[in-house]
Every structure is written in structure tokens, then in C-alpha cells.
Ligand binder design. Structure first.
Ligand code: MN
Length: 207
């Protein structure tokens, strides 16, 4: 049974950047539904029930049953992506990347502002629902990308990127407060990032 991560902040703690009703709905309805639907799908597939979520998402192609594969892609993706999303938010944010991650950001993107611009552009240009990502690989390289629906970089069979920060650009993540202004929401999201958590994620991926 997969469980949603526990939030270590209150639903209203991200105000005014992300409003309380959006947080309640996002966590208690959307994320809960992905989690429940993933668990329900796995109940019918006991052979998969001991796999980690990462392994499930990396080996979708091995699932022969098309309906089961779609259920795990959509709901397993939704489960994993939102765990990452909620874990990297922090009331008031946490200034800027530090340590090795900060060094690598400077190497690859020039500076932190340039990384933020790339992430914002990836989220703003994703048509329809999806995510913008900062991912790392075992060598410690970084990449900015975006994906549709609840897909994520783990699902790219030929690559070995692991997301370390994800910006949810589905309308449910921002529409109550920001309406059509996705770019404003992305800017606000980037004010709330807990870079200590992102650094931990980076250090776990890097060998
Ligand atoms: Mn969402």
C-alpha cells in the first residue's frame, strides 16, 4: 500500500503564494485519489505489489495489460509526482541552492536566476496539463524538461534522469487563485522551494 507523504506544514502555511483551499483540494482530493487508484490497480496485480514506485514507473513497458499499464502510469505518476511536489515546498521558501547542487547549477545554467527562468519557461510552454522538472543523473548532470499529464522523467526508458524538483502545472494546482495566469503561479511556487530537500534529492541520485 502506497501512502501520501505527510505534510510538515499546514495547508494555509504557503499563503499568499499558494492558497489554503488549493492546498486542501490538491492534497486531500487529487493526490489522495491518485494514491487510492494506484493501490486499487495494484490489488489486481499482486505480481507488482512489492515493487517500489520508482521501479514501477521505470518499467511500465513490461506491463503487458494495457489498462493496467495506463492505470499505473497515470496514478503511479500522480502519486510519485505529488509526493515530490509537496516535499519540496516550504513556507517562506528556503533562499537558494547551496553546496554541490549550487555549484552544478552555476556550471550548467550560469546562475540560479537562469535556472529559475528555464524552469518557468518549461512550465509555461507545457501545453495543457503536465509538469516542469529539474532532474539529475548519476554523474550529477542536471536537466530542465517538461512532460504531459502525470508522466515524469523516470518513464523515459532510454535515459537515466531522476526528478529532484517538480512544478505541477495542471490547472488544479493554481486555478482557484491564479486563474489563467500560470506564469504567476510558477513564480510564486519558486518562492517556496525548500532547496535543502532538493539538495538531498540531488545527493541521493548522484553517485
Ligand atoms: Mn497536482
Amino acid at each position: 500500500m502506497f501512502k501520501q507523504i505527510e505534510l510538515n506544514y499546514n495547508f494555509n502555511a504557503l499563503e499568499p503564494h499558494i492558497d489554503e483551499l488549493t492546498m486542501v483540494t490538491h492534497y486531500s482530493k487529487h493526490h489522495a485519489a491518485y494514491t487510492n487508484n494506484l493501490n486499487a490497480a495494484l490489488e489486481k496485480a499482486p505480481e507488482l505489489s512489492h515493487s517500489s514506485i520508482e521501479d514501477l514507473l521505470k518499467s511500465l513497458a513490461d506491463i503487458a495489460d494495457e489498462a493496467l499499464r495506463a492505470a499505473i502510469r497515470n496514478n503511479g505518476g500522480g502519486y510519485y509526482n505529488h509526493n515530490l511536489y509537496f516535499a519540496t515546498l516550504e513556507p517562506g521558501g528556503n533562499s537558494e541552492p547551496k553546496g554541490e547542487l549550487a555549484d552544478r547549477i552555476i556550471e550548467e545554467f550560469g546562475d540560479y536566476s537562469s535556472l529559475k527562468e528555464k524552469l518557468a519557461a518549461a512550465g509555461a510552454t507545457r501545453f495543457g496539463s503536465g509538469w516542469a522538472w529539474l532532474s539529475a543523473n548519476k554523474k550529477g548532470d542536471l536537466k530542465v524538461s517538461s512532460s504531459p499529464n502525470q508522466d515524469n522523467p523516470l518513464m523515459d526508458q532510454d535515459e537515466a534522469w531522476v526528478p529532484i524538483l517538480g512544478i505541477d502545472v495542471w490547472e488544479h494546482a493554481y486555478y482557484l487563485k491564479y486563474k489563467n495566469l500560470r506564469a504567476d503561479y510558477i513564480k510564486a511556487f519558486l518562492e517556496l522551494v525548500n532547496w535543502d530537500v532538493v539538495s538531498d534529492n540531488y545527493n541521493k541520485v548522484k553517485e
